[in-house]
Design a protein around this ligand. Structure first.
Ligand SMILES: Cc1cc2nc3c(=O)[nH]c(=O)nc-3n(C[C@H](O)[C@H](O)[C@H](O)COP(=O)(O)O)c2cc1C
Ligand code: SF4
Ligand code: SF4
Length: 260
């Protein structure tokens, strides 16, 4: 089959899903002699973004797992993308606990919108909270992703078939909401606005010194990641106690899973 474009489409507040999607999309594109087009649905100006894809495109989708499901705000974004029998890879990225029903949810969602998932991946990354699998996805993970993309490309070129099933249960478990940890803004804030630009919830406002609206915050920690002077932080005693215990509970390393 002739592939015109490979799209890397992701929602990724702290960048791990993005890394996974790009590693797979770039390998796929290089196998097919195509180029990668990036669609970053994370930033606030992409909330209402819509796009149609054709039968000669391939899309690699990726998003994080939030409480065993896709984050509800990412579902709204992905639902505005329409395929026309467009082949795709679905992936979810999770913080070493489990992905529960999130991969199935992603698989069902894109199928309903005209895409044909031919391969899938559940990828392990550093957890947003605590100190769990720090540095992942690392080089080993990205190499595994590329090897998977090679296998997936071979399958796609041989037979344009849909992946029969992925792990998960229906009805999906409750989940998909954010957390309750609202970061603090310290006095060394230089007012650069990067946190507000990268907050997927538009929860940070310049007018009040880049503080956070707790009713909008989902604890994605994008603001902490993007702040250049470490002025955004999560250092309450409650959080630190939770993070320590949580990190101990999830210390055992999990491996990436690939379905092709
Ligand atoms: C609110 C919230 C809920 C989460 N729930 C889960 C979960 O159920 N299982 C898990 O293993 N990781 C969970 N994580 C961790 C993220 O899935 C993980 O850190 C992921 O890599 C973040 O993706 P990103 O870097 O693309 O934003 C959760 C993170 C947040 C912020
Ligand atoms: S304010 Fe909340 S929702 Fe916005 S980036 Fe920070 S943690 Fe995420
Ligand atoms: S990114 Fe950091 S320094 Fe920049 S406005 Fe936000 S809190 Fe202040």
């Amino acid at each position: 089959m002739k592939i015109k474009k490979v799209y890397a489409v992701y929602f990724s507040p702290t960048g791990s899903s993005k890394k996974g999607v790009l590693s797979m999309a770039r390998e796929l594109a290089s196998q097919m002699g195509a180029v990668v087009h990036e669609v970053n649905l994370t930033i606030p100006n992409k909330i209402a973004f819509s796009q149609e894809f054709g039968a000669e495109d391939v899309v690699v989708f990726g998003a994080p797992v939030y409480n065993g499901r896709l984050y509800i705000g990412s579902v709204e974004r992905f639902a505005r993308l329409k395929g026309a029998q467009t082949p795709c890879i679905v992936s979810v990225t999770y913080g070493n606990r489990h992905y529960d029903d999130a991969l199935l949810e992603m698989y069902d969602l894109v199928k309903e919108n005209g895409f044909l998932p031919f391969a899938a991946a559940a990828l392990v990354a550093q957890h947003t909270f605590g100190d769990i699998q720090r540095g992942r996805p690392n080089e080993k993970d990205l190499k595994e992703n590329r090897e998977f993309a090679v296998r997936a490309t071979k399958k796609l070129l041989k037979e344009k078939s849909v992946l029969e099933k992925v792990p998960g249960n229906k009805p999906y478990k409750e989940g998909g909401g954010g957390g309750s940890f609202v970061p603090q803004t310290k006095e060394n804030c230089i007012g650069c606005g990067l946190c507000a630009e990268n907050c997927p919830q538009q929860a940070i406002c310049a007018a009040d010194g880049y503080s956070i609206d707790p009713t909008r915050c989902i604890s994605c920690f994008a603001c902490i990641k993007y702040c250049p002077v470490n002025a955004k932080c999560m250092e309450t005693p409650e959080y630190l106690a939770f993070a320590k215990k949580f990190s101990e509970q999830l210390a055992a390393r999990r491996e990436n899973e690939y379905f092709v």
